[in-house]
Design a binder for this molecule. Structure first.
Ligand code: ARG
Length: 456
């Protein structure tokens, strides 16, 4: 490619360290699309003749068909997808192929291709997250009344509903979608035409290529255009946060599936057996989602370190931007699909959840609140009285709702029969009607909001 200046070819190791074709072949569709937009603009502006343009365009179509049918051939001496496609074009149509690279450099070319790829990736993730949200909403709706223990410090705290818990997961995903949408809106500017770094003297129309590639506008600074990888970092940041959320959900499913909890039965399709322990059913899918979060955040860290301290404009370090983004995207797409399948098909053992909610003195706060409301005690004193009631219940091996009234009155004389109406787990959850609270009516209202947002 640079035989005019170079007498010798590269050393074998140089060829290997230099080549990105083994991974950037994944950009081939974006590369052809951007080349066709660039070519149409060059023809429109009279920079390339109509006949050459028609030949180049047909050649690019033929190459796309070849790649589609046989994959992209990997030849390290052709370095990257841009050179591989241009070399093939020259084979197919001869010297006219050389006109395509007028008023463009691989620096703006790769910046454009990669942006197009990341934009598609963001759209794919958004579509996957919508499916996960739908699955969560459907299961939450079916279990809006199902009482389970709510935890803080992973200790039974207050009863909540399963629907409420699932809608907490929905909220995490709602924010993830917003982060991807925000990143997409910010990145939707076209670097094509920035050329190597300084722009070009040819009378190109950058607005036309931006429009043809569905960007909002061309980028405004050619130096920044070829050296900006914020869009890839934004993708990885949103992906990392999403992966963290998926790992937290996964962790809860792992815990819920353990025998001492027994809150869920794992579906055959989303679990595996053990080669040695016949009784086992392992939550591998969610364990892997939990593990993938480590790799995805590692990808973010990798690209941050690559970009750190790079001077303007393009440096070859930036070729290393693609592997972490590809890896993170593959892992995230799989994780989202697997989590959606898990949420859709896991069996919730609501009887077991209820039994545990009833056994952990989870309505102690309700007793304290009753003492404040009905007996006029200051909350701190009510807290103390309730602590004694819990201690007595423990001694009697009884649920709070089953302690005889005489026992409660021995602890505090103002307690009367009406206290029992707040000591059941159903009464407890139903009372929490504050916005976003766990009362089934609240949960149903939030589900209705979520459905409206998704157009369901
Ligand atoms: N393969 C390169 C990359 O991915 C393309 C740009 C190369 N530009 C250059 N001047 N060497 O970054």
């Amino acid at each position: 490619m640079w035989g005019g200046r170079f007498a010798e070819g590269p050393a074998a190791v140089m060829r290997e360290i230099n080549a990105s074709i083994p991974f950037d072949k994944r950009l081939w569709q974006q590369d052809i699309r951007a080349s066709k937009a660039h070519l149409a603009m060059l023809a429109q502006q009279g920079i390339v003749g109509t006949e050459d343009a028609a030949q180049i365009s047909a050649g690019l179509d033929k190459i796309a068909a070849e790649y589609e049918a046989n994959g992209v051939p990997v030849d390290l001496s052709l370095e990257d997808i841009h050179m591989a496609t241009e070399a093939r074009l020259a084979e197919l149509i001869g010297p006219a192929a050389g006109r395509l690279h007028t008023a463009r450099s691989r620096n703006d070319q790769v910046a454009t291709d990669f942006r197009l790829w990341v934009r598609d990736a963001m759209d794919a993730v958004a579509a996957g997250l919508v499916e996960l949200q739908k699955a969560l909403i459907l299961r939450a709706e079916a279990h809006a009344d199902a009482v389970m223990p709510g935890f803080t410090h992973l200790q039974s705290a207050q009863p909540v509903t399963l629907g409420h818990h699932l809608m907490a997961w929905y909220e995490m995903i709602r924010r993830d979608r917003a982060r991807f949408a925000d990143a997409r809106a910010r990145m939707n500017e076209c670097p094509l035409g920035a050329a190597a770094l300084a722009g070009t003297g040819f009378p190109i129309d950058r607005h036309a290529t931006a429009k043809a590639l569905d960007f909002d506008k061309p980028t405004d600074n050619s130096l920044d255009s070829v050296s900006d990888r914020d869009f890839a970092l934004d993708y990885l940041m949103a992906a990392s946060q999403c992966a963290l959320h998926l790992s937290r959900m996964s962790e809860e499913i792992v815990i819920w599936a353990s025998q001492p909890f027994g809150f869920v039965a794992l579906p055959d399709q989303w679990s595996t057996g053990s080669s040695i322990m016949p009784q086992k059913r392992n939550p591998d899918a969610v364990e892997l989602i939990r593990g993938h979060a480590g790799r995805i955040t590692g990808c973010l860290n990798a690209l941050m370190m690559t970009m750190k301290g790079l001077p303007l404009a393009y440096s070859k370090d930036m070729q290393d931007d693609k592997p972490p983004v590809f890896e993170a995207h593959d892992l995230l797409a799989l994780s989202i699909a697997a989590m959606t399948g898990m949420v859709e098909s896991v069996t919730f053992r609501t009887d077991r959840m209820r039994a545990l909610a009833e056994s952990g003195f989870a309505t102690a706060t309700d007793l304290a609140d009753w003492l404040v409301r009905e007996a006029g005690l200051p909350f701190r004193e009510a807290h103390h009285v309730t602590g004694r009631a819990v201690k007595r219940a423990e001694e009697l091996q009884s649920a709070l709702a089953d302690i005889p009234l005489a026992e409660l009155q021995a602890i505090h004389p103002s307690i009367n029969d009406s206290v029992y109406s707040v000591l059941t787990v159903d009464a407890s959850v139903a009372s929490r009607m504050s916005h976003g609270g766990t009362a089934p009516a609240q949960v149903r209202a939030r589900i209705a909001d979520a459905k409206a947002l998704l157009g369901l």
